[in-house]
Design a protein around this ligand. Structure first.
Ligand SMILES: [Zn+2]
Ligand SMILES: [Zn+2]
Length: 252
């Protein structure tokens, strides 16, 4: 059992320290745990985001995780990553920090359009143009080759019965398939009854035959203890003939 979608209190809307997540992951029997807290961005404006770590917290995040990786090396494998949007004007900076901090991976969390300084949040009801923008952004992100998988691909809030939803989300699924990028089944959304994971979206995944990965999206260390949910969801997806994978691509 592995999970690559883990937050920490550094992003201000999660609780618990890195070590508390690791201890619970070991308790639950995870063989590998990847941290993917919300990335900072080096904004060109004075904008301040309250849902992500600040840039000056990044070093502490990575250092803490490297120390804990060593401390618990006999019990669990730790990977260090970030959950990142696709903000075109800041992508060069993102690539620099991936190298500077020798991150293992990043996942795509396409929360905002363009940048959260000005762009809309995609998890609220969208019109057609906004849904299309969501999918366009995901496709551009996938094509960079940087993201190991797409977190909550069905975050876009739109009527899943609408043919336009099918048409747009199918473009996302086809691109992910072509670039062999897995799509996440998000356990946080599932256990808190959010609009995602969406059954309408899963039908498209089934049809396109995408690979899926289960992401806990842990915002509290307790979430890692619920392994029954993990295996229940795995069986559910397999009963739909969806391939559930655990291997993801790493930078190094
Ligand atoms: Zn997210
Ligand atoms: Zn997340």
């Amino acid at each position: 059992m592995r999970n690559y979608h883990t937050h920490t209190r550094r992003c201000y809307h999660a609780i618990d320290s890195e070590e508390e997540y690791i201890i619970n992951a070991i308790k639950a029997g995870y063989s590998e745990l990847g941290f993917s807290d919300h990335t900072p961005w080096r904004y060109h404006s004075s904008f301040h985001s309250s849902m992500r770590m600040e840039e000056d917290k990044l070093e502490g995040y990575v250092k803490t995780l490297r120390r804990l990786k060593e401390k618990y090396k006999n019990d669990i494998s730790i990977k260090i990553g970030l959950e990142c949007e696709y903000f075109p004007k800041y992508m060069d900076w993102l690539k620099e920090i991936i190298d500077e901090y020798e991150l293992d991976y990043i996942i795509l969390g396409n929360h905002f359009d363009d940048s959260d300084e000005t762009g809309i949040y995609f998890g609220r009801p969208l019109n057609k143009a906004q849904l299309k923008k969501y999918v366009d952004n995901c496709i551009k992100a996938i094509k960079t080759g940087l993201y190991s998988y797409v977190a909550h691909p069905d975050l876009a809030f739109f009527n899943a019965q609408d043919p336009y939803y099918y048409e747009q989300m199918k473009r996302l699924c086809l691109c992910a398939k072509e670039y062999q990028v897995p799509l996440e089944f998000n356990l946080l959304g599932y256990s808190t009854h959010r609009h995602y994971p969406s059954n309408g979206f899963l039908k498209i995944v089934q049809e396109v035959k995408n690979q899926m990965i289960i992401g806990v999206d842990a915002h509290e260390s307790q979430a890692l203890l619920n392994k029954d949910l993990y295996f229940q969801v795995k069986s559910f997806l397999e009963s739909l003939n969806i391939e559930v994978i655990e291997d993801i691509r790493f930078f190094r």
